[in-house]
Write a protein that binds this ligand. Structure first.
Ligand SMILES: Nc1ncnc2c1ncn2[C@@H]1O[C@H](COP(=O)(O)OP(=O)(O)OP(=O)(O)O)[C@@H](O)[C@H]1O
Ligand SMILES: [Mg+2]
Length: 254
């Protein structure tokens, strides 16, 4: 079998006596999109945090793009090509969507001139401007590119986060509930953006998402977690018709 882009093997994570994850393994191939679903408290965010480096697992390993990363700090995993959004918005007040992208490009460029640029002494290069404009167009924010994020809707803020996570570009995009706070039109935009991210940019996607219609419009495969255990992993249709999955979801998702 060829090497996977992401290989999580046997992750266990306890918080005090609660096992948030018990021996969970997940494999993601290059170019693949995988949805991670399950009831509240199932361990979805904890699994993300173990991949991103926010949480250190008690057991198990995480290999990304051929390298063991489970002892690396989050920023190094980011530089290797793991992009992410946050379950809650983490944007900078007073800055516009375009500025968010330009600053992120400069940081990713690793030129060590961040502070100089933030206080306005360095100008963005043409390549940085082009990439920022392309990402703003991709997520449908061109019209509000120069409006401070404070004046945007929550949904638009989420799309700023998504665009920021695409700077690099990453090889793998990790999205934790990207549709939360979005209205119907913004959800439709999100689906088309994620399909373009996959097919035009070749980025692999792993997303936690409660909206099953949305996640199944984007991904090929579903991983189901329940109380810290993986209870299903396979093609969307097979997983959705699995009796164990329906039982875990009873009363939670249609
Ligand atoms: N830092 C922490 N300290 C203590 N317990 C935690 C911590 N983080 C998560 N937990 C617990 O671990 C379990 C899994 O939480 P997690 O946030 O991973 O679930 P989730 O599937 O993302 O849920 P949701 O759908 O509500 O976002 C929950 O019981 C949660 O209360
Ligand atoms: Mg969560």
């Amino acid at each position: 079998m060829s090497a996977a882009l992401l290989e999580v093997v046997g992750i266990t994570k306890r918080f005090d006596r609660l096992a948030a994850l018990s021996d969970v393994s997940v494999r993601v191939e290059a170019g693949e999109a995988v949805g991670v679903v399950g009831p509240n408290g199932a361990g979805k965010t904890t699994l993300f945090d173990c991949v991103l480096g926010v949480v250190r697992p008690d057991a198990g390993s995480v290999v990304f793009d051929g390298r063991r990363v489970d002892r690396m700090p989050p920023f190094r995993r980011g530089l290797l090509g793991i992009g992410r959004t946050f379950q809650r918005l983490e944007l900078f007040s007073g800055m516009t969507p375009r500025e968010h992208l330009l600053v992120t490009e400069r940081v990713r460029g690793g030129e060590g001139r961040l502070w100089k640029d933030v206080i306005g002494l360095g100008r963005p290069k043409p390549g940085e401007r082009r990439e920022a404009a392309a990402l703003l167009e991709l997520v449908g924010l061109t019209d509000v590119a120069d409006v401070p994020v404070d004046a945007l809707s929550l949904g638009q803020g989420r799309l700023v986060e998504l665009a920021r996570a695409l700077v690099g570009p990453p090889k793998l995009l990790m999205l934790d509930e990207p549709s939360s706070g979005l209205d119907d039109a913004e959800r439709a935009t999100l689906v088309s953006v994620l399909l373009r991210v996959r097919h035009e940019r070749g980025v692999s996607v792993v997303m936690v998402e409660h909206d099953l219609d949305l996640v199944t419009a984007v991904v090929d495969r579903l991983v189901v977690l329940d109380a810290g255990r993986k209870i299903a992993d396979g093609p969307v249709d097979a997983v959705i018709s699995d009796p164990a999955v329906r039982h875990a979801y009873l009363g939670v998702v249609r």
